[in-house]
Design a protein around this ligand. Structure first.
Ligand code: ZN
Length: 455
């Protein structure tokens, strides 16, 4: 994507998420060549060029573009899949397993486009996906995802996943050799990764889990991430059975095992991170390891409640994530923040987390965890990434505080989405996209995949 210049003006509210948590009214944001040049309230600066493209924010609330830290787009084709709809994590994974054998690059591109539309329409401008299924040598999966993300115009972080240990959950056709995995990860980093300001593409080294990857692969993955100074990611601390399995097989809890495999690295973040002891929280904090919080999936699979308010209090990095499309089974990022807000209150009480606390988990905290200091706030010099939500909404009608209503009331979709100064969603529609056609193609292919497996 190219960066663009834009003036967003007349905003009813601008939720900056800056250090002072300023909320501006009658606000404007001036984006020049992709970055925020200035912002303020009331009268526009005279220096703004007459011919600058303008987006009218009247009747809208602006927030930083939301950041999704963990996802599995491929699971879009297994949403509400009957055999797995009422199961915990491992049986649920097993129930879906056979669906993926015919899955190829075109399928993942289709799932990625559909998943990105959901995220964009709910406010996301930066998205991480974790893809670890490469059936029968479908080697260009991640490249296909980058092409799809490029068409949609969002910042995309591809977690190059891997599995090389057979189990009841994983068939031979889903496994790859360690050398093949590492060679392809290096290729992807050297082809796609951009660590610079305003990056549109990043690679994360991301073995699926300690249960599906060998010790050698876990160690080599950590070495590779450190060598190339890229992110390192996996699932950890999601369920109690995972801890029991780890004790039995490795003689250590999962986090200790990962740390012994060289994962003591401050660019690491772990999906779920529910079942940690206090001493493990100390380790996360001191090393700088973060947790991608996936409240919907954790509730859907009955996995448990992540200790997010304690993470924040202890200075542990944490970001929001919708997780897999088949454990959510949606990708509404604003809705995910609402669930994070309320799940925290279930465990810690109604005063434990405010709307702005939750919005932080979806903006600068998520960005920080993914190693980015150029997104997540609306501030001078940062990327011009904003989500604009309509103030007037059926589900918020009658509200007194429109900003709190973003999460306190039923989640809504954006009116507009701006990424690097580019307007990617306008009046609730992704620019240049025939959504009905995309949905029809996606459902048709999902129907074929479902029909291929009897249950
Ligand atoms: Zn996951």
């Amino acid at each position: 994507m190219q960066n663009a210049s834009l003036l967003i003006h007349n905003l009813d509210y601008l939720v900056t998420m800056d250090a002072d948590r300023r909320i501006l009214q009658d606000a404007w944001v001036w984006i020049e060549d992709g970055d925020i040049k200035a912002l303020g309230e009331g009268k526009l600066p005279e220096a703004i060029p007459e011919d600058l493209s303008r987006l009218d924010g009247k009747g809208k609330i602006g927030t930083p573009g939301l950041v999704n830290c963990h996802h599995h787009f491929y699971q879009n084709m297994a949403r509400a899949y009957t055999p797995g709809n009422n199961l915990p994590l491992l049986p649920w994974l097993a129930a879906m397993n056979k669906l993926w054998q015919p899955f190829r690059e075109d399928d993942l591109a289709l799932c990625t486009e559909l998943g990105l539309v959901e995220l964009m329409l709910s406010g996301a401008t930066t998205v991480a996906d974790h893809h670890y299924v490469f059936p029968d040598g479908a080697v260009n999966m991640i490249d296909a995802q980058f092409e799809a993300a490029s068409r949609m115009g969002v910042r995309f972080h591809a977690s190059r996943g891997s599995m090389n240990v057979k189990s009841d959950l994983i068939s031979d056709w889903a496994l790859q050799e360690e050398a093949e995995i590492l060679d392809d990860t290096v290729r992807l980093i050297e082809t796609h990764h951009d660590a610079g300001h305003g990056s549109w593409r990043q690679i994360i080294v991301a073995p699926c889990a300690a249960t599906s990857c060998s010790e050698s692969l876990l160690k080599a993955s950590a070495e590779l991430a450190k060598k190339y100074k890229v992110g390192l990611h996996t699932h950890c601390g999601e369920t109690v059975p995972e801890n029991e399995f780890s004790m039995e097989k490795f003689g250590r809890r999962p986090l200790a095992y990962l740390l012994d495999c060289g994962w003591d690295y401050d660019r690491t973040w772990l999906a779920h991170g529910i079942h940690f002891e206090d001493t493990e929280l100390d380790q996360l904090q001191s090393i700088g390891i973060g947790v991608a919080h996936c409240p919907n999936a954790n509730m859907r699979l009955g996995s448990g409640i992540c200790r997010v308010p304690e993470f924040i209090e202890r200075g542990i990095k944490v970001g929001i994530a919708v997780d897999g499309s088949a454990s959510n089974d949606s990708g509404h990022i604003l809705g995910e923040l609402r669930q994070a807000l309320y799940l925290a209150r279930v465990r810690y009480g109604a005063e434990a987390m405010s709307v702005l606390d939750a919005l932080e988990v979806g903006t600068w905290r998520a960005a920080e965890m993914m190693g980015r200091n150029d997104i997540g706030r609306i501030a001078t010099g940062l990327c011009g990434d904003l989500a604009l939500f309509p103030v007037e909404d059926l589900y918020a009608n009658g509200c007194e505080n429109p900003v709190d209503a973003l999460l306190i009331c039923h989640p809504r979709q954006v009116s507009d989405l701006v990424v690097g100064g580019n307007v990617r969603v306008c009046d609730g529609e992704v620019i240049g996209l025939d959504l009905e056609e995309l949905m029809a193609r996606h459902q048709d292919r999902a129907d074929v995949i479902h029909a291929g497996v009897a249950y």
